[in-house]
Design a protein around this ligand. Structure first.
Ligand SMILES: Cc1cc2nc3c(=O)[nH]c(=O)nc-3n(C[C@H](O)[C@H](O)[C@H](O)COP(=O)(O)OP(=O)(O)OC[C@H]3O[C@@H](n4cnc5c(N)ncnc54)[C@H](O)[C@@H]3O)c2cc1C
Length: 387
């Protein structure tokens, strides 16, 4: 048994993943005197595109930012004017009132990459071990955990937190349950920078975002920082697309032909606004953890954020929930009355699981309404793992 105080004064917390969840947790724990090492697969914070703009809600993401002492930095990097949201149908007509349930109480917008950078910049130098790919985490006889890192020396830690996203390796040690493909893939592209200024989509967009919707598919357009307008085509395609359809993502002609085919029932005027994109595409096959996933608490090992409860971005809450998890775990570990780290983890997991069950259910209800998603999860997911 290890108390939170023992962990704080002489233990090591290893966080796998330097996304919003891992970076928030690292910051909060460091502020409270814990020794933290973050293991991150990417070679650097700019190694790959970090996606578009998202809103931080007052009761979750913003609360974590405030607790992390980063409210001023967040105010400088975020855009209140970008809250504006509009829905338009596939023929170009406004859909007044639609979509409000997905965007209730929106906070200021911030680019995901800017948010992550702001959090990373707040960490003590050397906190993140970049280019470290976790392969496996195993228990040691003395109650600590060993993290096997590809081509590197292993790390031994007293507490391991999986903040390693959808494909989490840490999750395998906690539960055999894995996320399921929803049937909807998001294809992201930037509008052509040499064409968008003054164009119809530029005017339609204003300072915020627009969701074009019709026929169980959407095109979401958002104004981001750094002079970018980002566009997400959300389509019902098989898992593994476009490979399974016989073309590559760097074959722009084939990609755009597939997009035109998928949206062939949309007005040509609308599509003309939404197809002048650059040559680089990013693919997000959306996935979801079964809403009732539970696991038996393991002393010294837990997970949070997308690793624990990935869901499609239909309600725009993923980052917010990930950061709230981080805040609640930091609070649980700082509670001296908890007496035992295992109890603190148990308490944290129970709260997180209760919250995310209803969030995933609400997200899938929106997915049903907008995309016709109809997933059957059957009986509640298994509690334990044979790992
Ligand atoms: C297209 C799209 C749009 C979205 N829009 C919104 C939105 O508007 N609002 C919102 O709140 N959320 C949104 N989300 C969701 C949001 O981005 C995620 O919920 C959030 O990033 C989860 O944070 P995380 O830190 O848990 O995981 P991630 O951000 O996935 O971070 C995981 C980190 O772990 C690292 N990692 C993975 N495996 C390993 C390994 N084996 N070893 C070491 N490191 C590893 C990864 O490199 C990564 O840095 C969107 C998501 C998508 C896909």
């Amino acid at each position: 048994m290890m108390s939170p105080e023992d962990l704080r004064s002489g233990g090591l917390v290893a966080i796998v993943g330097a996304g919003p969840a891992g970076a928030t947790l690292a910051r909060l724990l460091q502020m409270r005197g814990f020794t933290v090492q973050v293991i991150e697969r990417d070679a650097s914070s700019t190694a790959r595109p970090q996606g578009g703009s998202l809103d931080l809600r007052p009761d979750s993401g913003q609360r974590a930012v405030d607790e992390a002492g980063l409210a001023d930095a967040f105010a400088r990097a975020s855009r209140s004017e970008a809250k504006a949201f509009r829905m338009i149908d596939s023929q170009g007509h406004d859909l007044p009132g639609m979509g409000e349930e997905t965007h209730e109480d929106p906070g200021p917008e911030i680019d995901r990459g800017d948010l992550r950078q702001l959090l990373l910049d707040s960490l003590a130098p050397g906190t993140v071990a970049w280019g470290h790919v976790l392969q496996e985490v195993r228990p040691e006889p003395d109650g600590s955990w060993r993290l096997d890192i590809k081509d590197r020396a292993p790390v031994i830690a007293d507490l391991v937190v999986g903040a390693d996203g959808t494909g989490s390796r840490v999750r395998r040690r906690l539960t055999p349950v894995q996320p399921r493909y929803t049937g909807i893939t998001m294809l992201a592209a930037n509008l052509r920078r040499d064409l968008w200024r003054g164009s119809e989509i530029d005017k339609t967009l204003g300072e915020g975002s627009v969701m074009f919707a019709g026929g169980e598919k959407t095109i979401f357009v958002q104004r981001c920082n750094h002079d970018l307008i980002l566009l997400y085509y959300s389509m019902a395609v098989g898992e593994g697309w476009p490979k399974t359809a016989g073309f590559a993502l760097d074959d722009r002609k084939a990609v755009m032909a597939a997009v035109s085919g998928a949206y062939r029932d949309w007005s040509p005027g609308v599509m003309a606004m939404l197809t002048q994109v650059e040559d680089t595409f990013q693919l997000w096959p959306t996935s979801v953890m079964p809403p009732d996933t539970r696991w038996d608490t393991q002393p010294g090992l837990t997970m949070l954020g997308d690793a624990s409860h990935v869901m499609p971005p239909f309600t725009g809450k993923g980052v917010n929930l990930a950061m709230l998890d981080a805040l609640e775990l930091a609070d649980a570990l700082s509670d001296r009355a908890a007496g035992d780290v295992a109890l603190a983890i148990e308490d944290f997991e129970a709260r997180m699981q209760a919250r995310t069950s209803s969030e995933i259910t609400a997200c899938l209800a929106i997915g049903q309404q907008m995309y016709g998603i109809d997933l059957d999860f059957g009986a509640p997911a298994s509690r334990s793992t044979d790992a």
